[in-house]
Design a protein around this ligand. Structure first.
Ligand SMILES: *Cc1c(COP(=O)(O)O)cnc(C)c1O
Length: 426
């Protein structure tokens, strides 16, 4: 049955992409790095700023890591910086350093400082302003750490911080306090991992391990294989997922050898951090296709960011683009109140407005859950637009997505008799 092709390949021919004949012709070409696409935009960027790099180098994730933009000089060579950006980069010390893969930089505007992806990765002066309500560890993760690097907040699952390293550093990072800097409590060493394995093994109630960081996909295949093998060896661990932005910021990391290794550890799920439809390049179509073809169910996580993606006209096409790539929108986050992130934060009403703009108006699968990760370690709290209008005797009065009013006979119900927030306060 030579003719059958995975459906994902068809997207390469859909309206947003130029066909890539060598990939369409041969689905088994994944072992060959040349099968990975380089978009026109990224190629132009590569030719201008990394003219000595071959295609094979550009498509080598270790080359991408080695050539990350990490200094003011590195940034100035490529970007037309504002005085504020220049000053912020020079002032910055400590954790959450600047880091951008050449590939991801190729998606950013070189001249426009208000362009979204650029704003998420190039520091600005606002980062140094601490607003009321902000904290270095607002979610109280350090407090909930069972052993260093293992956060046990929910009854049946843990967050395993496998590394403090990322290929790119998002300026609104929830773990800005600990990423990109060696030392401190979070050494992410072998012995730290061992303590985490021991803790999980000693707690049979833990059936779900979320591997995050830092970005776990920056680990070598061997180390990741070791981590997954050790977790799989614990009988009560039934669900493992990896949280990563790598498929988006360094898609060439998703090699055949990586997916072959990941496949051995099924059932394995993955949550991928997406921000903006501009990230949905042919490269990302390929990285997500490889993961999905490896049988890994994919979910997305998106942080709402002021002036970057805080609009239905941006979130909706992003969610649609994810569905086309077999990624189920999972969480839409209110931006955590980490120190120096106020310039990214939207009012909570914005998230509700976006969810309301999706529900009913488009595919239910395209709708993520809007959550606030509660400061102080309360965990993720979902927020929904209120569709309950009130009660009329035995009828509950509801409104639908178009604003129409509907009755539902609910004789014994109490919902709708008083505002929800009063019920919650009791
Ligand atoms: C988000 C998170 C989880 C996983 O939560 P889900 O709702 O199952 O995705 C687990 N532990 C911590 C500390 C988290 O922040």
């Amino acid at each position: 049955m030579e003719a059958a092709k995975p459906p994902s390949r068809r997207f390469l021919q859909s309206e947003d992409f130029k066909p890539l004949p060598h990939i369409i012709a041969d689905n088994t070409a994944h072992a060959d790095p040349s099968a990975f696409p380089i978009s026109e935009r990224s190629r132009a960027f590569k030719d201008q700023f990394f003219p000595a790099a071959s295609d094979a180098e550009w498509l080598d994730w270790r080359w991408q890591l080695r050539n990350r933009i990490r200094s003011l000089a590195g940034l100035e060579r490529i970007f037309n910086l504002t005085a504020d950006e220049r000053d912020a980069v020079s002032r910055h010390t400590g954790s959450l350093p600047m880091g951008i893969t050449p590939y991801y930089a190729s998606l950013m505007s070189l001249d426009n400082p208000s362009e979204g992806l650029r704003r998420t990765h190039i520091p600005v002066g606002n980062e140094f302003i601490k607003m009321p309500g902000e904290a270095d560890d607002p979610l109280g993760e350090d407090h909930d750490a069972a052993v260093p690097g293992l956060v046990h907040r929910y009854p049946d699952r843990v967050l395993f911080l496998a590394t403090g390293f990322c290929s790119t550093y998002c300026r609104y990072c929830t773990r800005s306090r600990m990423v990109g800097e060696a030392g401190g409590e979070y050494e992410f060493s072998k012995s730290q991992w061992e303590k985490a394995f021991d803790y999980i093994a000693a707690h049979p109630e833990i059936r779900d391990v979320l591997i995050s960081g830092g970005d776990p996909l920056t680990l070598s295949d061997d180390r990741l294989d070791y981590l997954l093998t050790r977790l799989r060896a614990i009988e009560h661990v039934e669900f493992i997922r990896i949280g990563s932005k790598i498929p988006v910021v360094m898609p060439m990391r998703i090699t055949k050898s990586l997916t072959d290794m990941l496949k051995k550890h099924h059932p394995l799920w993955m949550s991928i951090h997406f921000t903006h439809p501009d990230e949905l390049t042919p490269e990302v179509t390929e990285s997500t296709a490889r993961l999905a073809d490896a049988g890994i169910p994919l979910g997305s996580q998106t942080v709402l960011l002021k002036g970057i993606n805080d609009d239905l006209s941006i979130i909706k096409p992003l969610m649609h683009g994810l569905l086309k790539r077999r990624v189920k929108p999972y969480y839409l986050y209110q931006c955590d109140p980490i120190t120096g992130s106020s310039h990214f934060r939207t009012p909570v009403a914005k998230g509700l407005e976006i969810i309301e703009g999706l529900r009913g108006h488009t595919t239910g699968y395209a709708i993520p859950t809007f959550v606030i990760d509660a400061p102080g370690g309360g965990g993720k709290i979902p927020l929904l637009p209120d569709y309950v209008v009130g009660r009329d005797g035995e009828d509950l009065i509801l409104r639908n997505f178009e604003g129409g009013t509907y009755r539902y006979h609910d004789p014994d119900g109490v919902i709708g008799t008083e505002p929800c927030h009063q019920q919650a306060a009791q």
